[in-house]
Ligand binder design. Structure first.
Ligand code: AOF
Ligand code: ZN
Length: 365
């Protein structure tokens, strides 16, 4: 269903929570009086902070507007549970709201329709569906975690036009230009966690934090390090919001040294002595990871691809050709048949300076 201008405004508000509300969904709320005036608006604050509806009710109160008989346009079903904050349903009922227009139901099993039921039981008219796809798109990671138990896995890479991510000698900085790099930081900022492999840590010593855009919170850093080769002075260990290392090693003294530096070390081995990536995603899900931003080398990218764990590719392509002997995007295969190719659907194409950005989704996601 196409959104009306009030729902459109609620969606615009929700977008303002993009870097803020993780792991809470990005929700916007617009309160409209019986005569059609906007009397309050708000969006979800940081985790543990007020939800969109409460912000909108506070806004109306600050403006001295009565909310009796008003309609609430909200991009997600108002919550019915007490989590870190109280139920928004109760706040709307107490404020005398008589109609709620919601984009979509909340997939959180603690809510999942109970919010609508409580509102209806209180005599409030409830309409659902307007702006649903935009709201779900904005919260693709939250829906993924709630429905599948695992994050939305977005793999970021920068390549030449001939698909190279690095020269034969490993040199890879900087294939794309400054606009693409800044855009990449914005995608990091909206992720709950940024993941890489130990190979990239050893080669580039990256920080994996957000520097090129303003953000009130930093994503967590996750490193896959099967043998616990992490240098104790690696930049990632100083990540502002913490570094989590998934390993298959049981080296207790190295584990303790990393823990002493504040890292969380989790051993999830698979049968081949590597990290069990699927189990790692489930673990990240239990830790509130909505969007997982993967910035890894071609080996780890290959493992993610081979195991069917990638949902989306965020690809920056520079108009350059890097020639022979280069590294590709992901080292799965070799495939014998074109029919074995991993198929993706192009979701978005845009230009950033000299470069092209492609967002493509693995078929079926
Ligand atoms: C709403 N409005 O703006 C958001 C909602 O721990 P809490 O109390 O913050 O609750 C978090 C849950 O609330 C979250 O998992 C999701 O189900 C819902 N988010 N609900 O009514 C909002 N952000
Ligand atoms: Zn709520």
């Amino acid at each position: 269903m196409q959104p009306t201008s009030y729902m459109q405004q609620a969606l615009d508000l929700a977008r303002q929570a993009l870097f803020i509300s993780n792991p809470n969904p990005r929700v916007g709320c617009v309160l409209v009086s019986a005569c059609g005036h906007i009397i309050g608006q708000g969006f979800t604050q940081q985790a543990g902070g007020p939800h969109a509806e409460v912000m909108a009710l506070r806004d109306a109160a600050a403006r001295g507007s009565s909310t009796q008989g008003a309609t609430a346009y909200v991009t997600l079903e108002p919550c019915s549970h007490t989590g870190r904050t109280g139920p928004c349903c109760n706040a709307l009922i107490e404020a005398g709201i008589t109609k709620v227009v919601a984009a979509t139901s909340d997939p959180n099993p603690q809510v999942a329709g109970q919010g609508f039921a409580r509102l209806r039981a209180a005599g409030i008219e409830v309409q659902v569906g307007e702006g649903a796809s935009a709201s779900r798109e904005l919260n693709i990671g939250f829906f993924s975690r709630m429905v599948r138990g695992t994050p939305w896995v977005r793999m970021k890479a920068a390549t030449s036009l001939d698909g190279a991510t690095a020269l034969h000698n490993g040199q890879s900085q900087w294939i794309t230009g400054p606009a693409a790099r800044a855009d990449g930081h914005a995608w990091r900022a909206q992720a709950c966690a940024v993941l890489t492999g130990i190979g990239t840590v050893l080669q580039d010593n990256p920080r994996l934090n957000v520097r090129d855009v303003e953000t009130p919170r930093q994503p967590k850093v996750v490193v896959i390090d099967s043998k616990l080769d992490m240098p104790l002075d690696a930049h990632v260990l100083k990540a502002h919001s913490g570094c989590t290392i998934y390993t298959s090693s049981t080296n207790i003294s190295k584990t303790q040294s990393l823990q002493a530096l504040g890292a969380t070390v989790i051993a999830i081995p698979n049968a081949h002595g590597k990290v069990d990536l699927a189990a790692m995603l489930r673990d990240l899900g239990t830790r509130g990871t909505n969007e997982l931003h993967v910035e890894a080398g071609f080996k780890l990218n290959g493992s993610f691809m081979r195991e069917g764990l990638v949902d989306e590719l965020l690809l920056y392509m520079a108009p350059k050709l890097l020639g022979a002997g280069t590294m590709g995007l992901a080292s799965f295969g070799p495939l014998e048949q074109l029919s074995q190719a991993i198929s993706l659907q192009v979701h978005d194409v845009s230009r950033l300076g000299e470069d092209v950005r492609l967002v493509a989704r693995v078929a079926g996601r």
